[in-house]
Ligand binder design. Structure first.
Ligand code: NAD
Length: 331
């Protein structure tokens, strides 16, 4: 077993604090890149997602699960969205990952999923930038300034020799927090209009909860790489459907891309078909060339899959075991 903890005599408990200490951007990038590759080669499969309004506390609750035969990760992320949590000093998104021994089905680890969700989502767009953005990309455009955006910016900044960050957010009062992250990375930061952002950026990340397009096709220059990371539910939308028709479109998982990802609208409108969308794992595996010219617009539809959660949780469990920082409980 490569990535899962040994069963030992009990269940490993790896809390949020331990995850923060153990799983950095490099570990998350490697785990997410590997699982995208395994998905594209048929070695890893996500199981159908369950997401339900529970009729209490306005909460959405559900499960994302799967099995990665290459990484030997089997498990489920359970959790969801509790909009009233912020008022209680808690994160609105709450999740926990359960890992199981693929040989026996025994529960092997319980891993806090809140920090890991942010770091694996940032790793996803970072993997897309690493494989699809122009090598000479200099300006990073950020659309969105919420919880995830800081993680996105830090991970993206490591992928190219960016010289500047331009940003726009529907709620401008949130931008100073992102400006602080840019400053901590030594990157100049400019708040701009969305049109200016498109005119300047070589790489764009969108990470909002929008339900209508924030970026129009005509604002995006040839050669830009766009990572759409916010749309993870039916009805959400961050960019003009015409942009997907103009771009070469990649995704983490095609089935999610067309049903609940950014591509859902272009596909429903007949501008794009399922067959036009390439799993990023095919680029990682070398079975698709990825970007083929400096004028091509590449677009990554990062929908967020359970296997990403299992991949980073497995790293957390393995490192916690190796470093002796996790508790063991016999059930
Ligand atoms: P957040 O609540 O901290 O921030 C929300 C962001 O969206 C802010 O930039 C805010 O200004 C903007 N926003 C809010 N309502 C909006 C609206 N109606 N129209 C346009 N913009 C709006 O959220 P977060 O944790 O930063 O998450 C951002 C998005 O990313 C969410 O939609 C979340 O579901 C999604 N997400 C995706 C993945 C994935 O794997 N793809 C993982 C985690 C989160």
């Amino acid at each position: 077993m490569k990535d899962t903890p040994q069963q030992g005599d009990g269940v490993l408990i790896v809390g949020e604090e331990a995850c923060r200490a153990l799983v950095g951007r490099a570990e998350a990038f490697a785990a997410v890149e590997a699982v995208f590759a395994a998905m594209a080669s048929g070695e890893a499969r996500n199981f159908p997602v369950v997401r339900e309004a529970i009729g209490h506390a306005d909460a959405l609750y559900g499960f994302k699960s799967g099995f990665d035969r290459a990484g030997m990760a089997l498990g489920v992320k359970a959790g969801g969205y509790w909009p009233g949590n912020a008022g209680r000093g808690l994160t609105n998104h709450q999740s926990t990952v359960c890992l199981f021994d693929p040989d026996t089905g025994r529960l092997s680890a319980l891993v806090g999923g809140n920090y890991l969700t942010a770091v694996r989502t940032a790793a996803s767009s970072a993997v897309s930038i690493a494989h699809l953005a122009r090598r000479d990309a200099k300006v990073l455009g950020m659309v969105g300034a919420g919880h995830q955006s800081a993680f996105q910016l830090r991970a993206a900044a490591e992928q190219r020799a960016f010289e500047k960050v331009v940003a726009w957010n529907p709620h401008p009062e949130m931008l100073p927090q992102l400006a602080e992250v840019a400053a901590s990375l030594g990157l100049p930061f400019e708040a701009v209009t969305p049109e200016e952002l498109g005119a300047q950026a070589d790489v764009v990340i969108t990470i909002t909860s929008a339900f209508e397009p924030l970026l129009m096709r005509d604002w995006i220059r040839p050669g830009t790489h766009v990572a759409c990371m916010g749309t993870d539910t039916k009805g959400k939308m961050e960019v003009d459907a015409a942009l997907l028709a103009a771009a070469t479109v990649f995704t983490d998982e095609v089935a999610q891309s067309v049903s609940l990802g950014e591509a859902q609208h272009a596909v429903a409108g007949g501008l794009l078909s399922e067959g036009d969308i390439t799993p990023i794992g095919a680029v990682i595996n070398g079975t698709h060339p990825g970007r083929t010219s400096d004028d091509e617009i590449t677009l990554f539809d990062g929908t967020g899959v359970g296997l990403q959660d299992l991949a980073v949780a497995s790293v957390a469990a393995r490192l916690a075991e190796a470093q002796g920082v996790a508790a063991r409980v016999v059930l």
